[in-house]
Design a protein around this ligand. Structure first.
Ligand SMILES: C[S@@+](CC[C@H](N)C(=O)[O-])C[C@H]1O[C@@H](n2cnc3c(N)ncnc32)[C@H](O)[C@@H]1O
Length: 188
């Protein structure tokens, strides 16, 4: 039986993709610190007919309520940026993995091409907040998003943090020139 933990799973988009992959024999645990996000996720996935192999757990990624070696894989998409103690969360992800299990982190990262950075900054700090104000009457959330992305460890720093957490064979792949990166690592 394949068991996957989707951390900071929020409204469940990633968990839905994984649930299809693990099949009815497997289990996907959607974990999030926010009860309301969990219940939105549960409603959305239930409406899509995804029920039997999903479980919802309120948790803090920094201190996971699972035994050692419990999961085949742990994912966290657009969530690590919001976790205060990222090093603790990475150690916990490794701890709950079975030997040979894999961690995957999908997160906004640093634009790899220096010439594109001013353009990306202009878009993030000038265009997006204005669009947010125009369409959702909310410039602050977009301003926070841009600032939190700049504070998040870049690709190489996050890779080092994963290694420091005891993960093995750590690597990353840039998507859209590094606007987003996927990091992965294994428990030896
Ligand atoms: C931007 S949402 C990402 C949701 C989803 N993974 C996605 O890709 O759409 C970030 C989520 O991280 C959750 N979160 C923030 N800090 C957390 C923590 N310490 N432990 C678990 N979840 C956390 C928030 O409640 C929120 O649902």
């Amino acid at each position: 039986m394949v068991r996957v933990l989707d951390l900071a799973g929020g409204t469940g988009d990633i968990a839905a993709l994984i649930a299809d992959r693990v099949g009815h024999e497997g289990e996907v645990v959607l974990g999030d610190i926010n009860t309301e996000m969990l219940s939105v996720g549960r409603d959305r996935l239930t409406d899509r007919g995804l029920v039997s192999n999903l479980r919802y757990v309120r948790l803090n990624a920094e201190a996971l309520p699972f035994p050692d070696g419990h999961f085949d894989a742990v994912t966290i998409a657009f969530g690590l940026r919001n976790v205060t103690d990222k090093a603790a969360a990475l150690r916990e992800m490794r701890r709950v993995l079975k030997p040979g299990g894999k961690v995957m982190v999908l997160e906004f990262s640093e634009v790899a091409e220096p010439l594109l950075r001013p353009l990306y900054d202009l878009h993030s700090f000038e265009v997006l907040p204005r669009l947010g104000k125009l369409f959702a009457n909310d410039a602050d959330s977009y301003q926070y998003l841009a600032e939190s992305i700049r504070k998040h460890p870049n690709q190489d720093t996050l890779k080092q943090m994963m290694q420091d957490a005891g993960l093995d064979r750590c690597e990353y792949r840039n998507l859209s020139a590094g606007i987003v990166a996927i990091h992965s690592g294994y428990r030896a």
